[in-house]
Design a protein around this ligand. Structure first.
Ligand SMILES: [Zn+2]
Length: 225
């Protein structure tokens, strides 16, 4: 799950925080700051829902609250559901370094890591994994849930690009902007980071290239300071 920096509540032309009358009004600002990627599965989509971390309607005041907004694809939005949840039972991409939570295996498969540092609450990771349904693939997903297929497509592309980068002679670093362009067009930063894990120069460019990615995701702890 790509950790993001959403930033402070947007300021309107009058110099005051914007009063949202409808949550969809926050979409352009969110897309400008964190890119048009689902905040949970990282899918690149032209149309994303403005997602409420705490579902709107269950707690007063969260429906139009910038601090409660993320972007989500229809699958993540649907799977996450609309029931009350305790925010502190989960890790969130805009407040935690969620780069540390999951591993991305060949075949577009997402799993919990085999071990976590002492400052990461494993139960909280499990809750986050279940809430978003990121472990669904092939046999255990539905025809409408295309997240696994799209993740696998991104992985296939990243592997081909990495092979080309690996075998290219001369000045391979000149190829990095093209890699970033292809990656941002296909989404799933975490997949590209995994495929290019032996190439820190590419990883750094990817982190910079995906709008709003938490810049210290490779070195920071789960709790950002
Ligand atoms: Zn999603």
């Amino acid at each position: 799950m790509r950790p993001i920096t959403k930033g402070e509540w947007p300021i309107g032309p009058d110099g005051h925080p914007i009063d949202f009358f409808e949550h969809g009004e926050a979409r352009p600002e969110l897309i400008q700051r964190i890119g048009d990627y689902c905040s949970y599965c990282e899918m690149h989509l032209p149309y994303l829902h403005v997602e409420h971390m705490q579902p709107k309607g269950v707690v007063p005041g969260v429906a139009l609250n910038w601090n409660n907004f993320l972007l989500a694809c229809p699958s993540c939005n649907s799977i996450k559901g609309h029931a009350y949840l305790n925010i502190n039972d989960y890790y969130w991409p805009d407040t935690h370094n969620t780069h540390l939570l999951f591993d991305f295996l060949p075949g577009g498969i997402v799993v919990m890591k085999s071990g976590y540092s002492a400052d990461i609450d494993t139960t909280r990771v499990e809750n986050t994994f279940k809430l978003t349904g990121l472990g669904r693939y092939a046999h255990n997903t539905t025809i409408d849930d295309r997240r696994w297929l799209k993740r696998k497509e991104a992985e296939d592309k990243a592997v081909l690009v990495a092979l080309h980068y690996y075998v290219s002679c001369g000045m391979p670093e000149s190829y990095i902007p093209s890699i970033v362009s292809m990656a941002t067009g296909s989404g799933f930063l975490s997949v590209w980071m995994k495929v290019f894990e032996s190439y820190p120069e590419v990883q750094d460019a990817l982190i910079e290239g995906f709008a709003g990615t938490y810049p210290n995701c490779l070195t920071g702890n789960i709790n950002r300071l």
